[in-house]
Ligand binder design. Structure first.
Ligand code: 2AM
Length: 179
């Protein structure tokens, strides 16, 4: 019996990619606070996911890119000032005590982009976070930290690539938020 070859897919997500200063400060915060019993995310991989299309074909990727290009969004200032722990996925994360409305708008617009490209809505609720460490067995005692400023001027489409050394995130496209 013959079967169609499975169409190739790439695992994609939309993200905010920190500038070098913010990235270094977030990595330093993680190194300072997370010592044991957790696997820290490498500095190069630190990001905020905006929306998660997951495994998509080249045709869907092209649709996502075209639709993202015509999206309008304003730049905004983000302050990373919180640490948290989710016992289910065993993640230690960093976040913001005040999420700017522009970030919610961008995340919502990208869900509309996904729907327009025929993708199902995500089944996990959106929570703004930067995963700092996985396989964490307990929460940190510190929950408020000195604010790390991050001027958000762009968003990106990123590919998650599995390599022998672990997962690597590759930025495929960047769009400027022009307001
Ligand atoms: P996480 O860090 O909380 O695991 C690449 O895997 C990025 O996509 C990560 O930021 C990851 O979030 C996020 N991600 C993975 N699976 C997801 C899902 N099913 N829904 C939403 N985001 C997901």
């Amino acid at each position: 019996m013959c079967s169609e070859p499975a169409e190739a897919t790439r695992r994609l997500f939309f993200a905010l990619w920190p500038d070098e200063d913010a990235r270094a400060a977030i990595a330093a915060l993680a190194a300072e606070q997370i010592h044991r019993q957790a696997k820290r995310v490498t500095a190069d991989n630190l990001h905020i996911t905006l929306a998660f299309p997951g495994a998509v074909t080249a045709r869907v990727q092209a649709c996502l890119e075209a639709a993202s290009g015509s999206l309008t969004g304003a730049p905004f200032e983000l302050s990373i000032d919180r640490l948290g722990y989710w016992p289910g996925p065993r993640i230690i994360w960093a976040g913001s005590s005040q999420t700017p409305p522009e970030l919610w708008s961008l995340a919502t617009s990208l869900r509309e982009v996904m729907a327009a490209c025929g993708l199902e809505p995500e089944n996990r609720p959106y929570q703004v976070h930067i995963t700092l460490a996985r396989k964490a067995t307990r929460a940190l005692t510190v929950t408020r930290v000195a604010p790390i400023p991050w001027s958000v001027r762009q968003f990106c489409l990123v590919e998650s690539v599995n390599e022998a050394a672990g997962v690597r995130y590759r930025v495929l496209r960047t769009w400027t938020l022009e307001g």
